[in-house]
Every structure is written in C-alpha cells, then in structure tokens.
Design a protein around this ligand. Structure first.
Ligand SMILES: Nc1nc2c(ncn2[C@@H]2O[C@H](COP(=O)(O)OP(=O)(O)OP(=O)(O)O)[C@@H](O)[C@H]2O)c(=O)[nH]1
Ligand SMILES: [Mg+2]
Length: 267
C-alpha cells in the first residue's frame, strides 16, 4: 500500500511552498516523502523533484508547436498525461515501493478539478496501483478578508470534492499574513448562520435566496472547515500532516517501524 497527497488549490495559494516545507519537515523528523511535480509550466523548485511531468511533456513545446496559449496549453499537457497513465506514470510509479509516500504538486488552474476528468482519472490510476490518496486543498488566508471571496473559495473546494471523491482536507495557507486573529475564528469553523448573515450584508437583497442555498450546500457537504497552516511553526506543519495521515490511514504500520528503529539501542 502506497500513500499520496494530491495538493490542489487556486493559483498562487501556496501549493509548491507547502510541498517544500513539508519535505523539509519530514527530513527533520526522519521521514521520507517524495514530491512529484505535475505542473508542466513550473520552472524553479525548492524541493528535490522525484518525478516530473516535464519529462513527459513541456508546456513551452506545446505552446510553440501547437500555437496554444498558456491555459489551453496546460490542459493539453494534462490530457497528454491522462493518455499516458498506463505507460509513463506506471513506469515512474514502479520506482517506488510499498509504503512510499508521494506528494503531488499540482498546477493551479481551477479547470483541472472542476470540469475536466484528468485529475480524476489520475487518481483512479493511483488507486488501482494501491495508493491511498487524499486531496489537500489549499486556500490562501487572504480569502477570509471577504466573505464573498471565502464562499467562492469554498465552492472551488467543493467542486474538487465532488469531482475527485477523495478524502479531503482543507487548509488555510499563509497564516503568517493573518494579523486579525479574531476574524480567523469566524472562518476556521464558521457557523453557517453567521456566514449567511455576513453574505447578506455584503450583497443586494435579491441574492438572499441564492445565498441561503449556497450556505446550505456548503454546510451540507460539511466542508466548511479549514485547518490553519503557518509555515513558520514546525508544530503547525506537524498538525496538518497528522490530519492528512489520519485520512489516508498512514501511521499504524509506520509506528511499528519507528519502534523497530530505536536510536537508544546504540549505546
Ligand atoms: N507570506 C507567505 N507567503 C507564501 C506562503 N506560501 C506561499 N507564499 C507565497 O505565495 C506565492 C505563491 O506561492 P506558490 O507556492 O508558488 O503557490 P502555488 O500554489 O504553487 O502557485 P501555482 O503553482 O502557480 O498555482 C509565492 O510568492 C510564495 O512565496 C506562506 O505561507 N506565507
Ligand atoms: Mg506551484
């Protein structure tokens, strides 16, 4: 059984930075994770790239040869990935053993987890290869400065949830930028009633019915819950990782291994 996180979320929400910090945290605590780049447009990496979609296809080539723009080009690359699940991805995955832990750093285009089936098929493939997969959805903490932004961030997360049908963890990233901690409490585990009244205050009266439906929808999927992530704090990263591990049932076997390896035995 392998383990995998699919790191998704809007452009610039901090996915790649999260991957880097997660990698470093795991190094510190003596755990191994392999970070995979799934963004054909990415150029610079602060983590060692274990697998790289750019070895399969590069966005530059696609844009040049097919005359596509950056977003159309990205979709083309991802569809190419989808066509190559049985060969390229399968071969790459063969390099990993049972118990390995992969973290997929995805591109930020929202299309990928709204209406195209690429990521869903990707995930299905991972499952067939015996991976326990969790979707890790990052939302920039700046989204909580405004209830309408927050709701649209929730809706994007919801569409990923519906598309991917995976265990799902929502993370509020860039917590170092949140100065008003009081606001924060309202958003980490928000009361639907409070959200609704905030939303109604912000929007014209004719939206009242829609607002109510939206809040009911978001609440009905019991997804309005975010774990804050402050990368300056080791225990924050540790907490987030523990929640995700729990979702993919990583741990019981690993505990046994940690016990096997007892540094105290050396003296
Ligand atoms: N202050 C602060 N800035 C952050 C944090 N995480 C990411 N950033 C900044 O946010 C910007 C985007 O971060 P990335 O990690 O590249 O975001 P991404 O989600 O991978 O972006 P795309 O791959 O383009 O969708 C960069 O300028 C980062 O330095 C954080 O925890 N705190
Ligand atoms: Mg990135």
């Amino acid at each position: 059984m392998g383990y995998a996180q699919l790191v998704i979320g809007p452009a610039g929400s901090g996915k790649s930075t999260y991957c880097t910090n997660l990698y470093q945290h795991c190094e510190t605590v003596g755990r191994t994770v392999h970070i995979v780049n799934l963004d054909p447009a990415a150029e610079n990496f602060d983590y060692p790239v274990a697998m790289d979609i750019r070895e399969l296809i590069s966005l530059d080539d696609v844009m040049e040869e097919l005359g596509l723009g950056p977003n159309g080009g990205l979709l083309y690359c991802m569809e190419h990935l989808e066509d190559n699940l049985d060969d390229w991805l399968t071969e790459e995955l063969d390099n990993y053993l049972d118990d390995d832990y992969l973290v997929f750093d995805c591109p930020g285009q929202i299309e990928l987890f709204s209406h195209v089936p690429v990521l869903r098929n990707f995930v299905e493939h991972l499952k067939r290869k015996n991976f326990n997969v969790c979707a890790v959805y990052l939302l920039d903490s700046q989204f909580i400065t405004d209830v309408t932004k927050f709701i649209s961030g929730c809706m994007a997360s919801l569409s990923a949830m519906v598309q991917l049908e995976l265990p799902h963890v929502n993370i509020l990233s860039k917590m170092d930028l949140v100065t008003n901690k009081r606001d924060l409490e309202d958003y980490l585990n928000p009361e639907p009633r409070v959200l609704l009244s905030e939303l109604n205050k912000r929007m014209a009266p004719q939206f009242a019915k829609l607002n109510k439906t939206l809040i009911e929808l978001v609440d009905g999927y019991s997804m309005v819950s975010f774990i804050p992530l402050d990368l300056r704090k080791e225990n924050s990263i540790q907490y987030v990782l523990a929640q995700i591990d729990n979702c993919i049932q990583y741990g019981e076997d690993a505990d046994v291994k940690v016990k096997d390896f007892d540094p105290e035995d050396d003296d």
